[in-house]
Design a protein around this ligand. Structure first.
Ligand code: NAD
Length: 496
Protein backbone atom coordinates (compact mmCIF):
# COMPACT_ATOMS: atom_id res chain seq x y z
CA UNK A 1 0.00 0.00 0.00
CA UNK A 2 1.10 3.60 -0.59
CA UNK A 3 2.55 5.07 2.60
CA UNK A 4 -0.07 6.82 4.68
CA UNK A 5 0.77 10.26 6.03
CA UNK A 6 -0.96 12.33 8.67
CA UNK A 7 -4.17 13.60 7.17
CA UNK A 8 -4.85 17.32 6.70
CA UNK A 9 -8.24 19.05 6.94
CA UNK A 10 -9.60 22.00 4.98
CA UNK A 11 -11.86 24.91 5.89
CA UNK A 12 -14.99 25.23 3.77
CA UNK A 13 -17.32 28.18 4.44
CA UNK A 14 -15.72 28.17 7.89
CA UNK A 15 -16.33 24.46 8.53
CA UNK A 16 -13.45 22.03 9.01
CA UNK A 17 -13.58 18.87 6.92
CA UNK A 18 -10.90 16.11 6.88
CA UNK A 19 -9.37 15.54 3.45
CA UNK A 20 -8.03 12.05 4.01
CA UNK A 21 -9.38 8.52 3.99
CA UNK A 22 -10.93 7.12 7.15
CA UNK A 23 -9.54 3.63 7.81
CA UNK A 24 -9.90 1.72 11.07
CA UNK A 25 -10.91 4.81 13.06
CA UNK A 26 -8.11 7.09 11.80
CA UNK A 27 -7.82 9.75 9.13
CA UNK A 28 -4.92 8.87 6.90
CA UNK A 29 -3.58 10.22 3.62
CA UNK A 30 -2.04 8.28 0.72
CA UNK A 31 -0.20 11.37 -0.55
CA UNK A 32 -1.95 11.33 -3.93
CA UNK A 33 -4.93 13.67 -4.40
CA UNK A 34 -7.67 14.59 -6.86
CA UNK A 35 -9.46 17.91 -7.29
CA UNK A 36 -12.99 18.72 -6.23
CA UNK A 37 -14.50 21.60 -8.20
CA UNK A 38 -17.22 24.06 -7.28
CA UNK A 39 -19.73 23.70 -10.17
CA UNK A 40 -20.98 27.27 -9.65
CA UNK A 41 -17.57 28.88 -10.13
CA UNK A 42 -15.49 26.23 -11.88
CA UNK A 43 -12.80 26.78 -9.24
CA UNK A 44 -10.91 24.13 -7.33
CA UNK A 45 -12.52 23.74 -3.96
CA UNK A 46 -10.32 21.04 -2.45
CA UNK A 47 -7.66 18.43 -3.07
CA UNK A 48 -8.79 15.25 -1.38
CA UNK A 49 -6.98 11.99 -0.78
CA UNK A 50 -7.09 9.69 -3.79
CA UNK A 51 -7.39 6.15 -2.52
CA UNK A 52 -6.56 3.12 -4.62
CA UNK A 53 -7.30 -0.60 -4.49
CA UNK A 54 -4.85 -1.11 -1.59
CA UNK A 55 -6.69 1.42 0.54
CA UNK A 56 -10.03 -0.12 -0.33
CA UNK A 57 -8.70 -3.50 0.72
CA UNK A 58 -7.37 -2.02 3.97
CA UNK A 59 -10.81 -0.49 4.59
CA UNK A 60 -12.45 -3.87 4.03
CA UNK A 61 -9.97 -5.53 6.38
CA UNK A 62 -10.89 -3.06 9.11
CA UNK A 63 -14.59 -3.66 8.47
CA UNK A 64 -14.08 -7.43 8.65
CA UNK A 65 -12.08 -7.15 11.88
CA UNK A 66 -14.73 -4.98 13.54
CA UNK A 67 -17.73 -7.02 12.37
CA UNK A 68 -18.00 -9.63 15.10
CA UNK A 69 -17.86 -7.22 18.04
CA UNK A 70 -20.24 -4.74 16.38
CA UNK A 71 -22.95 -7.30 15.65
CA UNK A 72 -22.94 -8.34 19.30
CA UNK A 73 -23.55 -4.85 20.65
CA UNK A 74 -26.96 -5.00 22.30
CA UNK A 75 -29.72 -3.19 20.38
CA UNK A 76 -30.12 -0.60 23.15
CA UNK A 77 -26.40 0.16 23.25
CA UNK A 78 -26.28 0.58 19.48
CA UNK A 79 -29.43 2.72 19.49
CA UNK A 80 -27.96 4.97 22.19
CA UNK A 81 -24.87 5.57 20.05
CA UNK A 82 -27.11 6.34 17.07
CA UNK A 83 -29.05 8.90 19.08
CA UNK A 84 -25.79 10.58 20.13
CA UNK A 85 -24.68 10.73 16.49
CA UNK A 86 -28.08 12.11 15.48
CA UNK A 87 -27.76 14.91 18.05
CA UNK A 88 -24.28 15.75 16.69
CA UNK A 89 -25.59 15.74 13.13
CA UNK A 90 -28.22 18.30 14.13
CA UNK A 91 -25.55 20.53 15.71
CA UNK A 92 -23.72 20.52 12.36
CA UNK A 93 -26.74 21.24 10.16
CA UNK A 94 -25.25 24.46 8.78
CA UNK A 95 -21.90 22.87 8.03
CA UNK A 96 -23.56 20.07 6.06
CA UNK A 97 -25.77 22.47 4.09
CA UNK A 98 -22.89 24.86 3.29
CA UNK A 99 -20.54 22.11 2.17
CA UNK A 100 -23.25 20.57 -0.02
CA UNK A 101 -23.82 23.93 -1.73
CA UNK A 102 -20.08 24.30 -2.36
CA UNK A 103 -19.46 20.90 -3.93
CA UNK A 104 -22.81 20.05 -5.55
CA UNK A 105 -24.04 23.58 -6.34
CA UNK A 106 -27.58 23.00 -5.09
CA UNK A 107 -29.47 26.02 -3.67
CA UNK A 108 -28.90 26.56 0.06
CA UNK A 109 -32.57 25.94 0.92
CA UNK A 110 -32.51 22.62 -0.95
CA UNK A 111 -29.30 21.65 0.84
CA UNK A 112 -30.95 22.43 4.19
CA UNK A 113 -33.93 20.28 3.12
CA UNK A 114 -31.61 17.43 2.17
CA UNK A 115 -29.90 17.72 5.55
CA UNK A 116 -33.24 17.50 7.40
CA UNK A 117 -34.31 14.44 5.40
CA UNK A 118 -30.94 12.74 5.93
CA UNK A 119 -31.02 13.33 9.68
CA UNK A 120 -34.60 12.04 9.63
CA UNK A 121 -33.47 8.78 8.00
CA UNK A 122 -30.70 8.37 10.54
CA UNK A 123 -33.18 8.88 13.39
CA UNK A 124 -35.61 6.45 11.78
CA UNK A 125 -32.97 3.71 11.77
CA UNK A 126 -31.98 4.58 15.35
CA UNK A 127 -35.59 3.96 16.34
CA UNK A 128 -35.76 0.69 14.41
CA UNK A 129 -32.70 -0.86 16.08
CA UNK A 130 -34.53 -1.86 19.23
CA UNK A 131 -37.73 -2.87 17.40
CA UNK A 132 -36.64 -5.79 15.25
CA UNK A 133 -38.75 -8.93 15.49
CA UNK A 134 -38.45 -12.60 14.71
CA UNK A 135 -41.13 -15.30 14.46
CA UNK A 136 -42.05 -18.43 16.40
CA UNK A 137 -44.23 -21.30 15.15
CA UNK A 138 -44.84 -25.00 15.78
CA UNK A 139 -42.99 -27.33 13.35
CA UNK A 140 -45.44 -28.76 10.78
CA UNK A 141 -45.28 -32.40 11.94
CA UNK A 142 -44.89 -31.48 15.63
CA UNK A 143 -41.87 -32.35 17.78
CA UNK A 144 -39.99 -29.11 17.21
CA UNK A 145 -40.42 -25.35 17.01
CA UNK A 146 -39.64 -22.98 14.15
CA UNK A 147 -37.79 -19.90 15.42
CA UNK A 148 -36.62 -17.20 13.02
CA UNK A 149 -34.35 -14.33 13.94
CA UNK A 150 -32.36 -11.89 11.84
CA UNK A 151 -28.60 -11.55 11.66
CA UNK A 152 -26.48 -8.84 10.04
CA UNK A 153 -25.43 -9.81 6.51
CA UNK A 154 -21.83 -8.81 7.24
CA UNK A 155 -19.24 -6.33 5.95
CA UNK A 156 -20.94 -4.05 3.44
CA UNK A 157 -19.76 -1.88 0.55
CA UNK A 158 -21.79 1.31 0.16
CA UNK A 159 -21.32 3.09 -3.17
CA UNK A 160 -22.95 6.50 -3.50
CA UNK A 161 -23.66 9.13 -6.18
CA UNK A 162 -23.02 12.89 -6.08
CA UNK A 163 -26.54 14.20 -6.64
CA UNK A 164 -27.72 13.80 -3.03
CA UNK A 165 -24.33 13.71 -1.32
CA UNK A 166 -25.57 13.44 2.26
CA UNK A 167 -28.89 11.67 1.82
CA UNK A 168 -27.39 8.73 -0.04
CA UNK A 169 -24.60 8.19 2.52
CA UNK A 170 -26.89 8.64 5.54
CA UNK A 171 -29.67 6.46 4.13
CA UNK A 172 -27.36 3.56 3.35
CA UNK A 173 -24.98 4.06 6.26
CA UNK A 174 -27.86 4.38 8.71
CA UNK A 175 -29.44 1.11 7.59
CA UNK A 176 -26.20 -0.87 7.43
CA UNK A 177 -24.82 0.20 10.80
CA UNK A 178 -28.21 -0.03 12.54
CA UNK A 179 -28.53 -3.62 11.33
CA UNK A 180 -25.15 -4.43 12.89
CA UNK A 181 -23.11 -4.52 9.68
CA UNK A 182 -19.76 -2.80 9.35
CA UNK A 183 -19.21 -0.68 6.27
CA UNK A 184 -16.83 0.62 3.65
CA UNK A 185 -18.30 3.79 2.18
CA UNK A 186 -17.14 4.89 -1.26
CA UNK A 187 -17.93 8.56 -1.80
CA UNK A 188 -18.69 10.09 -5.19
CA UNK A 189 -15.59 11.88 -6.50
CA UNK A 190 -17.60 15.07 -7.16
CA UNK A 191 -18.82 15.29 -3.52
CA UNK A 192 -16.37 13.63 -1.11
CA UNK A 193 -16.46 16.45 1.47
CA UNK A 194 -20.05 15.87 2.55
CA UNK A 195 -19.33 12.16 3.00
CA UNK A 196 -16.23 13.04 5.04
CA UNK A 197 -18.23 15.35 7.29
CA UNK A 198 -20.80 12.60 7.86
CA UNK A 199 -18.15 10.00 8.75
CA UNK A 200 -16.35 12.53 10.97
CA UNK A 201 -19.62 13.03 12.85
CA UNK A 202 -19.95 9.28 13.43
CA UNK A 203 -16.33 9.22 14.63
CA UNK A 204 -16.94 12.14 17.02
CA UNK A 205 -20.09 10.43 18.34
CA UNK A 206 -17.98 7.41 19.29
CA UNK A 207 -18.51 4.78 16.59
CA UNK A 208 -15.78 2.16 17.23
CA UNK A 209 -12.77 1.91 14.88
CA UNK A 210 -13.42 -0.16 11.78
CA UNK A 211 -17.23 -0.06 12.03
CA UNK A 212 -17.36 2.59 9.33
CA UNK A 213 -14.56 3.32 6.85
CA UNK A 214 -14.41 5.86 4.04
CA UNK A 215 -12.56 5.72 0.74
CA UNK A 216 -12.44 8.54 -1.82
CA UNK A 217 -11.05 7.68 -5.22
CA UNK A 218 -10.68 8.96 -8.75
CA UNK A 219 -10.75 5.34 -9.97
CA UNK A 220 -14.05 3.85 -8.81
CA UNK A 221 -13.81 0.80 -11.02
CA UNK A 222 -10.43 -0.28 -9.59
CA UNK A 223 -11.64 0.21 -6.01
CA UNK A 224 -14.92 -1.64 -6.60
CA UNK A 225 -13.17 -4.49 -8.40
CA UNK A 226 -10.89 -5.31 -5.49
CA UNK A 227 -13.64 -5.07 -2.87
CA UNK A 228 -16.12 -7.17 -4.85
CA UNK A 229 -13.48 -9.80 -5.62
CA UNK A 230 -12.94 -10.41 -1.89
CA UNK A 231 -15.13 -13.20 -0.50
CA UNK A 232 -15.20 -11.52 2.92
CA UNK A 233 -17.49 -8.83 1.51
CA UNK A 234 -21.10 -9.95 2.05
CA UNK A 235 -23.17 -7.01 0.84
CA UNK A 236 -23.14 -4.27 -1.77
CA UNK A 237 -25.60 -1.40 -1.66
CA UNK A 238 -25.25 0.85 -4.69
CA UNK A 239 -26.99 4.04 -5.76
CA UNK A 240 -26.23 5.38 -9.20
CA UNK A 241 -26.92 4.80 -12.85
CA UNK A 242 -28.45 1.60 -14.19
CA UNK A 243 -25.40 1.00 -16.39
CA UNK A 244 -22.93 1.02 -13.50
CA UNK A 245 -25.37 -0.91 -11.27
CA UNK A 246 -25.53 -3.65 -13.86
CA UNK A 247 -21.70 -3.83 -14.04
CA UNK A 248 -21.42 -4.10 -10.26
CA UNK A 249 -24.14 -6.77 -10.07
CA UNK A 250 -22.17 -8.88 -12.52
CA UNK A 251 -19.09 -8.54 -10.32
CA UNK A 252 -21.10 -9.28 -7.17
CA UNK A 253 -22.25 -12.52 -8.78
CA UNK A 254 -18.81 -14.11 -8.36
CA UNK A 255 -19.18 -14.58 -4.61
CA UNK A 256 -23.00 -14.37 -4.57
CA UNK A 257 -22.83 -11.07 -2.70
CA UNK A 258 -26.17 -9.83 -1.36
CA UNK A 259 -27.05 -6.80 -3.54
CA UNK A 260 -29.28 -3.75 -3.20
CA UNK A 261 -29.49 -1.41 -6.18
CA UNK A 262 -31.05 2.07 -6.33
CA UNK A 263 -30.74 2.95 -10.00
CA UNK A 264 -31.96 5.38 -12.64
CA UNK A 265 -35.50 6.53 -13.37
CA UNK A 266 -37.69 7.69 -16.25
CA UNK A 267 -40.56 9.09 -14.19
CA UNK A 268 -43.85 9.77 -15.96
CA UNK A 269 -45.78 12.73 -14.53
CA UNK A 270 -49.38 12.15 -15.64
CA UNK A 271 -51.94 14.95 -15.42
CA UNK A 272 -55.49 13.78 -16.15
CA UNK A 273 -58.46 15.74 -17.44
CA UNK A 274 -59.96 16.23 -13.94
CA UNK A 275 -56.71 17.35 -12.23
CA UNK A 276 -56.24 20.49 -10.17
CA UNK A 277 -54.04 22.16 -12.78
CA UNK A 278 -52.53 24.80 -10.49
CA UNK A 279 -51.49 22.12 -8.01
CA UNK A 280 -50.09 19.95 -10.82
CA UNK A 281 -48.05 22.87 -12.16
CA UNK A 282 -46.63 23.70 -8.73
CA UNK A 283 -45.66 20.10 -8.03
CA UNK A 284 -44.27 19.60 -11.55
CA UNK A 285 -41.97 22.59 -11.11
CA UNK A 286 -40.61 21.13 -7.84
CA UNK A 287 -40.40 17.59 -9.22
CA UNK A 288 -38.68 18.65 -12.44
CA UNK A 289 -36.31 21.44 -11.41
CA UNK A 290 -35.23 20.38 -7.91
CA UNK A 291 -31.46 19.76 -8.00
CA UNK A 292 -31.48 21.24 -11.54
CA UNK A 293 -33.35 18.13 -12.68
CA UNK A 294 -30.48 15.87 -11.59
CA UNK A 295 -32.63 13.50 -9.53
CA UNK A 296 -33.53 9.87 -10.10
CA UNK A 297 -37.16 10.63 -9.21
CA UNK A 298 -37.45 13.76 -11.40
CA UNK A 299 -40.44 14.10 -13.75
CA UNK A 300 -38.89 12.79 -16.96
CA UNK A 301 -41.97 12.72 -19.21
CA UNK A 302 -44.80 15.13 -18.41
CA UNK A 303 -47.86 13.45 -19.92
CA UNK A 304 -50.86 15.75 -20.29
CA UNK A 305 -54.44 14.85 -21.09
CA UNK A 306 -55.50 16.98 -24.05
CA UNK A 307 -58.36 18.51 -22.02
CA UNK A 308 -55.93 20.34 -19.71
CA UNK A 309 -52.78 20.40 -21.88
CA UNK A 310 -53.07 24.02 -23.05
CA UNK A 311 -53.81 25.43 -19.59
CA UNK A 312 -51.08 23.35 -17.93
CA UNK A 313 -48.52 24.27 -20.59
CA UNK A 314 -49.19 28.00 -20.38
CA UNK A 315 -48.93 28.05 -16.57
CA UNK A 316 -45.96 25.68 -16.45
CA UNK A 317 -43.98 27.71 -18.99
CA UNK A 318 -44.75 30.95 -17.11
CA UNK A 319 -43.61 29.38 -13.80
CA UNK A 320 -40.44 28.01 -15.44
CA UNK A 321 -39.52 31.45 -16.75
CA UNK A 322 -39.78 32.81 -13.19
CA UNK A 323 -37.10 30.42 -11.87
CA UNK A 324 -33.86 32.11 -10.87
CA UNK A 325 -30.64 30.33 -11.87
CA UNK A 326 -27.38 30.88 -10.00
CA UNK A 327 -24.95 30.08 -7.22
CA UNK A 328 -26.70 28.21 -4.44
CA UNK A 329 -25.58 30.78 -1.88
CA UNK A 330 -27.28 33.70 -3.69
CA UNK A 331 -30.64 34.86 -2.38
CA UNK A 332 -33.71 33.58 -4.15
CA UNK A 333 -31.88 31.07 -6.37
CA UNK A 334 -34.13 28.17 -7.41
CA UNK A 335 -31.89 26.26 -9.81
CA UNK A 336 -28.17 25.62 -9.38
CA UNK A 337 -25.58 24.42 -11.89
CA UNK A 338 -25.14 21.15 -13.75
CA UNK A 339 -22.53 19.09 -11.90
CA UNK A 340 -19.69 19.15 -14.49
CA UNK A 341 -18.84 20.80 -17.83
CA UNK A 342 -19.10 17.36 -19.47
CA UNK A 343 -22.65 16.95 -18.17
CA UNK A 344 -23.46 20.48 -19.33
CA UNK A 345 -22.38 19.50 -22.85
CA UNK A 346 -24.58 16.42 -22.61
CA UNK A 347 -27.60 18.56 -21.70
CA UNK A 348 -27.05 20.88 -24.66
CA UNK A 349 -26.71 17.98 -27.07
CA UNK A 350 -29.87 16.40 -25.62
CA UNK A 351 -31.83 19.58 -26.30
CA UNK A 352 -30.29 19.89 -29.78
CA UNK A 353 -31.28 16.32 -30.58
CA UNK A 354 -34.88 16.90 -29.56
CA UNK A 355 -35.21 20.20 -31.38
CA UNK A 356 -33.70 18.64 -34.51
CA UNK A 357 -36.37 15.94 -34.19
CA UNK A 358 -39.09 18.61 -34.14
CA UNK A 359 -39.49 19.52 -30.45
CA UNK A 360 -40.72 23.06 -29.86
CA UNK A 361 -38.72 25.11 -27.33
CA UNK A 362 -41.21 26.92 -25.07
CA UNK A 363 -38.64 28.17 -22.53
CA UNK A 364 -34.86 28.15 -22.15
CA UNK A 365 -32.89 25.89 -24.44
CA UNK A 366 -29.40 27.30 -23.93
CA UNK A 367 -26.57 27.35 -21.44
CA UNK A 368 -26.16 30.48 -19.36
CA UNK A 369 -23.04 32.43 -20.33
CA UNK A 370 -21.08 32.34 -17.07
CA UNK A 371 -18.08 30.72 -15.43
CA UNK A 372 -20.27 28.04 -13.81
CA UNK A 373 -22.06 25.11 -15.46
CA UNK A 374 -25.48 26.78 -15.62
CA UNK A 375 -28.27 25.82 -18.00
CA UNK A 376 -31.55 27.66 -18.51
CA UNK A 377 -34.62 25.87 -17.15
CA UNK A 378 -36.05 24.51 -20.36
CA UNK A 379 -39.47 23.37 -21.57
CA UNK A 380 -39.83 21.32 -24.74
CA UNK A 381 -43.12 20.32 -26.36
CA UNK A 382 -42.99 17.04 -28.23
CA UNK A 383 -45.86 16.55 -30.62
CA UNK A 384 -46.04 12.81 -30.07
CA UNK A 385 -44.45 10.33 -27.78
CA UNK A 386 -41.08 10.59 -29.47
CA UNK A 387 -39.52 7.13 -29.14
CA UNK A 388 -36.05 8.70 -28.82
CA UNK A 389 -37.08 10.37 -25.59
CA UNK A 390 -38.82 7.37 -24.06
CA UNK A 391 -36.56 5.17 -22.10
CA UNK A 392 -33.79 7.62 -21.35
CA UNK A 393 -33.12 9.53 -18.19
CA UNK A 394 -32.84 13.28 -18.99
CA UNK A 395 -31.15 14.15 -15.66
CA UNK A 396 -31.31 17.83 -16.60
CA UNK A 397 -33.39 20.98 -16.02
CA UNK A 398 -35.28 20.09 -19.18
CA UNK A 399 -39.01 19.37 -19.09
CA UNK A 400 -40.50 17.33 -21.92
CA UNK A 401 -44.26 17.73 -22.45
CA UNK A 402 -46.40 15.20 -24.28
CA UNK A 403 -50.13 15.27 -25.00
CA UNK A 404 -52.39 12.21 -24.96
CA UNK A 405 -56.09 11.70 -25.67
CA UNK A 406 -57.08 9.11 -23.08
CA UNK A 407 -56.19 7.50 -19.78
CA UNK A 408 -55.35 4.29 -21.60
CA UNK A 409 -52.91 6.10 -23.86
CA UNK A 410 -51.34 7.86 -20.85
CA UNK A 411 -50.93 4.56 -19.00
CA UNK A 412 -49.45 2.73 -21.98
CA UNK A 413 -46.96 5.55 -22.58
CA UNK A 414 -46.09 5.84 -18.88
CA UNK A 415 -45.25 2.13 -18.69
CA UNK A 416 -43.37 2.04 -21.99
CA UNK A 417 -39.92 2.19 -20.40
CA UNK A 418 -37.38 -0.23 -19.00
CA UNK A 419 -37.20 1.88 -15.83
CA UNK A 420 -39.63 1.67 -12.90
CA UNK A 421 -38.68 4.06 -10.09
CA UNK A 422 -41.04 7.00 -9.38
CA UNK A 423 -44.24 7.95 -11.19
CA UNK A 424 -46.77 10.72 -10.56
CA UNK A 425 -50.50 10.96 -11.09
CA UNK A 426 -52.76 14.00 -10.83
CA UNK A 427 -56.55 13.55 -10.61
CA UNK A 428 -59.20 14.70 -8.16
CA UNK A 429 -60.86 11.27 -8.23
CA UNK A 430 -59.16 9.14 -5.57
CA UNK A 431 -60.86 5.92 -6.66
CA UNK A 432 -59.55 6.47 -10.18
CA UNK A 433 -56.11 7.29 -8.71
CA UNK A 434 -56.00 3.94 -6.89
CA UNK A 435 -57.13 1.98 -9.94
CA UNK A 436 -54.58 3.66 -12.22
CA UNK A 437 -51.71 3.57 -9.72
CA UNK A 438 -52.14 -0.21 -9.42
CA UNK A 439 -51.49 -0.39 -13.18
CA UNK A 440 -48.39 1.81 -13.14
CA UNK A 441 -45.27 -0.42 -13.28
CA UNK A 442 -43.24 1.66 -10.84
CA UNK A 443 -41.98 1.19 -7.29
CA UNK A 444 -43.53 4.50 -6.20
CA UNK A 445 -46.51 6.61 -7.22
CA UNK A 446 -46.95 10.19 -6.05
CA UNK A 447 -50.67 10.94 -6.10
CA UNK A 448 -51.30 14.67 -6.36
CA UNK A 449 -47.77 15.35 -5.17
CA UNK A 450 -44.37 15.67 -6.82
CA UNK A 451 -42.07 15.12 -3.83
CA UNK A 452 -42.43 11.96 -1.76
CA UNK A 453 -39.16 11.03 -0.03
CA UNK A 454 -39.82 10.13 3.60
CA UNK A 455 -37.91 7.99 6.13
CA UNK A 456 -41.12 6.10 6.91
CA UNK A 457 -41.57 5.07 3.25
CA UNK A 458 -39.84 2.24 1.42
CA UNK A 459 -37.98 3.97 -1.40
CA UNK A 460 -37.00 2.00 -4.49
CA UNK A 461 -37.78 0.84 -7.97
CA UNK A 462 -38.81 -2.13 -10.08
CA UNK A 463 -37.53 -3.33 -13.47
CA UNK A 464 -34.17 -1.71 -14.37
CA UNK A 465 -34.53 0.88 -11.59
CA UNK A 466 -33.25 -1.50 -9.00
CA UNK A 467 -33.48 -4.17 -6.36
CA UNK A 468 -34.50 -3.65 -2.74
CA UNK A 469 -35.74 -0.68 -0.75
CA UNK A 470 -34.28 2.04 1.47
CA UNK A 471 -36.17 3.39 4.49
CA UNK A 472 -39.56 2.35 5.79
CA UNK A 473 -39.81 -0.98 7.56
CA UNK A 474 -37.93 -2.73 4.75
CA UNK A 475 -34.72 -0.67 4.64
CA UNK A 476 -32.96 -2.22 7.61
CA UNK A 477 -33.85 -5.75 6.43
CA UNK A 478 -31.73 -5.16 3.31
CA UNK A 479 -28.80 -5.57 5.70
CA UNK A 480 -30.24 -8.48 7.70
CA UNK A 481 -30.72 -12.12 6.81
CA UNK A 482 -33.30 -14.39 8.36
CA UNK A 483 -31.94 -17.28 10.38
CA UNK A 484 -34.08 -20.30 11.15
CA UNK A 485 -33.57 -22.39 14.27
CA UNK A 486 -35.34 -25.76 14.47
CA UNK A 487 -35.63 -26.51 18.18
CA UNK A 488 -36.55 -30.05 19.21
CA UNK A 489 -39.31 -30.17 21.81
CA UNK A 490 -40.47 -33.42 23.36
CA UNK A 491 -44.14 -32.63 23.75
CA UNK A 492 -44.85 -35.82 25.79
CA UNK A 493 -42.20 -35.22 28.40
CA UNK A 494 -41.94 -32.35 30.89
CA UNK A 495 -40.05 -34.27 33.56
CA UNK A 496 -40.94 -34.73 37.22
P1 NAD B 1 -22.87 6.82 -11.58
O1 NAD B 1 -23.50 5.49 -11.82
O2 NAD B 1 -21.99 7.37 -12.64
O3 NAD B 1 -21.99 6.78 -10.24
C1 NAD B 1 -22.49 6.29 -9.03
C2 NAD B 1 -21.33 5.77 -8.19
O4 NAD B 1 -20.69 4.70 -8.90
C3 NAD B 1 -20.25 6.82 -7.93
O5 NAD B 1 -19.72 6.60 -6.65
C4 NAD B 1 -19.22 6.52 -8.99
O6 NAD B 1 -17.93 6.93 -8.62
C5 NAD B 1 -19.31 5.00 -9.07
N1 NAD B 1 -18.90 4.44 -10.36
C6 NAD B 1 -18.98 5.03 -11.58
N2 NAD B 1 -18.50 4.19 -12.53
C7 NAD B 1 -18.11 3.06 -11.89
C8 NAD B 1 -17.54 1.82 -12.32
N3 NAD B 1 -17.28 1.58 -13.60
N4 NAD B 1 -17.30 0.87 -11.38
C9 NAD B 1 -17.56 1.11 -10.09
N5 NAD B 1 -18.11 2.27 -9.62
C10 NAD B 1 -18.37 3.22 -10.51
O7 NAD B 1 -24.06 7.81 -11.20
P2 NAD B 1 -23.98 9.35 -10.83
O8 NAD B 1 -23.76 10.14 -12.07
O9 NAD B 1 -23.09 9.57 -9.68
O10 NAD B 1 -25.49 9.57 -10.30
C11 NAD B 1 -26.53 9.70 -11.17
C12 NAD B 1 -27.31 8.41 -11.35
O11 NAD B 1 -27.70 7.92 -10.07
C13 NAD B 1 -28.60 8.64 -12.10
O12 NAD B 1 -28.79 7.57 -13.00
C14 NAD B 1 -29.65 8.63 -11.00
O13 NAD B 1 -30.93 8.29 -11.44
C15 NAD B 1 -29.09 7.63 -10.06
N6 NAD B 1 -29.64 7.81 -8.71
C16 NAD B 1 -30.53 6.89 -8.23
C17 NAD B 1 -31.09 7.07 -6.98
C18 NAD B 1 -32.08 6.06 -6.41
O14 NAD B 1 -32.30 6.11 -5.20
N7 NAD B 1 -32.66 5.18 -7.21
C19 NAD B 1 -30.74 8.17 -6.20
C20 NAD B 1 -29.82 9.09 -6.72
C21 NAD B 1 -29.27 8.89 -7.98
Amino acid sequence: MTALAESPAGLFAGHEVPLGLYLGGEWTHPGKTFEVLNPSTGQVLAEVADGGPDHALAALEHAVAAQDAWRHWSPRRRATLFHRAHALLLERADAFADVMVLESGKPRAEAAGEFALSAGFFLWYAEQIAHLHGTFAPGSPGGYRVVTTHQPVGPSFLVTPWNFPLLMVARKGGAALAAGCTAVVKSAKETPLTAALFVKTLHDAGFPPGVVNLVHTSDSAAVSDVVLADPRLRKISFTGSTGVGSLLLAKAAKHIVNSSMELGGDGPFVVLDDADVDLAVREAIACKFRNAGQACVAANRIILHRAIAAEFTEKFVAATKELKVGDGFDDGVDVGPIITPVQLERVQSLVDTFTAAGAEVLAGGRRVESVGNFYEPTVLRLSDADPALCNQELFAPVAALFTVDSVREALAFANDTSYGLASYLFTKDLSRAFAISERLDFGMVGINRGIMADPAAAFGGVKESGLGREGGHDGIYEFLEPKYLAVTVNEEEVGE
